[in-house]
Design a protein around this ligand. Structure first.
Ligand code: NAD
Length: 424
């Protein structure tokens, strides 16, 4: 039997503390009651499951899985499931809280949750991943439910895993329950527009910010860190709207061309190259981290958390950062970035397009009806634009960066709802 040890958090900022430091600032600005502060600072529920799986070679490996429900004050909790060797309880707790704030910022009736399994899906066969997904779902079938807690994809998971989750949950209920999970394949009740939704929301908020900053998209350059679901769609849609994408990166490194990259060509290359950008021609290969320091108008971190820290924030030259990833900027970097006049569209706003269309998927499943892609995009664009304006205006009112303003908008909504609902 082997056991995957937790990845150390040593060199990284504790993500839960990073979330809490912003939560604290926004709570003070709002003059939040101690009672509500204490309710919201702790997750409502944290579940850890131990999952033994028979591997293809016949050995048994035990994986650790998590599901954290931060809040269900606004409605059933919602949040993705991450398969990654770095999954850690503190990280899942932070991501769950971020989901609460994210849903509140875009004004959809969900609380926040997150889940994950510490595993390396890149080293596992499809059969091993399927057994792991089904065992995790079985272990948590009393937590999940369309009116209780609704998972979705995150790093390392996608429609395939969501289909297994939906099927396993449905078997436990003795009926098909497709609204228990979002990000499903279309034939299982997935929504048109869901795959590109997070990247599309990044594009909508980037364009809204560029309008406010008077940056002409047709003259703007952009670098995108991470070329998975979020990064590749953000790059595609920004390029379609005239922005010159000069650099992209993934775990293999960064690829730069000052004359602009052909995003379609990069996607095709990645799809034919085992999902990696390694060896991409028509670009200069750079060290992965260098993508953060390029002289571009817009930087989209869309890989993972804690990539912009107090150690490197000073080197950022972009005028605008649009956070496709969750938590790419450490809390200690916030003030350095703000002092340098860099505007940040924060994660809980910029990447909320995904959960918005997830909500539409759940609505469609419950209606037993399918919307056109045009309707999905139109409605999600409107939600993203409205949320952007609300956060931007709150930032002006309170004279704070947009990140704190987004927390102010979110905490205010959850706190007001809590006051009406009350406690015991
Ligand atoms: P993904 O697994 O599809 O892609 C991740 C990409 O980042 C890959 O290209 C990978 O090679 C790259 N990467 C990982 N570590 C890196 C590093 N250190 N440097 C450079 N590149 C690195 O994941 P995704 O779904 O695109 O999610 C990316 C981020 O966006 C995560 O923070 C996730 O929580 C967040 N997010 C995702 C969604 C969604 O709908 N998928 C929604 C909201 C937020």
């Amino acid at each position: 039997m082997s056991y995957i040890e937790p990845a150390p958090l040593k060199d990284r900022e504790n993500p839960f503390e990073a979330m809490m430091s912003r939560f604290h600032i926004a709570s003070q600005l709002l003059g939040l009651d101690d009672e509500i502060y204490n309710v919201l600072k702790n997750p409502a529920k944290q579940v850890i499951v131990s999952i033994p799986i028979t591997m293809d070679d016949g050995s048994i490996k035990v994986f650790e899985g998590y599901r954290v429900i931060h809040s269900n004050i606004l409605g059933p909790s919602k949040g993705g499931i991450r398969f990654d060797p770095g999954v850690h309880l503190d990280e899942v707790k932070a991501l769950a809280a971020w989901m609460t704030w994210k849903c509140a910022v875009v004004d959809i009736p969900y609380g926040g949750a997150k889940g994950g399994i510490r595993c390396n899906p890149r080293e596992m066969s499809s059969g091993e991943i399927e057994r792991l997904t089904r065992a995790y779902t079985t272990a948590l079938h009393e937590i999940f439910g369309p009116d209780r807690d609704i998972p979705a994809p995150d790093m390392g998971t996608g429609p395939r895993e969501m289909a297994w989750l939906m099927d396993t949950f449905s078997r436990s209920q003795g009926m098909t329950v497709n609204s228990v999970v979002t990000g499903k394949p279309l034939v299982l009740g997935g929504s048109l527009g869901r795959t590109e939704a997070t990247g599309r929301g990044v594009m909508v908020s980037a364009l809204a910010a560029m309008e406010r900053l008077k940056i002409n998209p047709y003259r703007a350059t952009c670098a995108v860190q991470g070329f998975g679901n979020v990064g590749s769609w953000a790059a595609t849609l920004l390029a379609e709207r005239g922005v010159k994408v000069v650099a992209v990166s993934d775990i293999s490194g960064a690829y730069y061309n000052e004359n602009g990259l052909d995003v379609k060509e990069i996607i095709e290359y990645r799809n034919n190259n085992n999902n990696s950008l390694e060896g991409f021609p028509n670009a200069e290969a750079l060290d992965g981290e260098e993508i953060l320091y390029l002289n571009v108008d817009v930087l989209v971190p869309a890989a993972t958390e804690d990539v912009i820290t107090k150690a490197n924030a000073q080197r950022i030259k972009a005028k605008l950062i649009v956070e496709g990833a969750n938590g790419p900027t450490s809390s200690k970097a916030d003030s350095i970035i703000a002092d340098n006049g860099v505007v940040v569209v924060p994660d809980i706003l910029a990447n909320a397009g995904g959960v918005t269309v997830s909500y539409f998927e759940w609505v469609q499943n419950r209606l037993g009806y399918k919307w056109t892609e045009e309707r999905v995009n139109r409605r999600s664009d409107r939600i993203m634009k409205d949320a952007f304006e609300k956060v931007y205006n709150t930032a002006l009112d309170y004279k704070v960066p947009m990140r704190i303003a987004a927390y102010v908008v979110a905490i205010d909504k959850v706190a007001k709802t809590y006051k009406f609902r009350g406690g015991f």
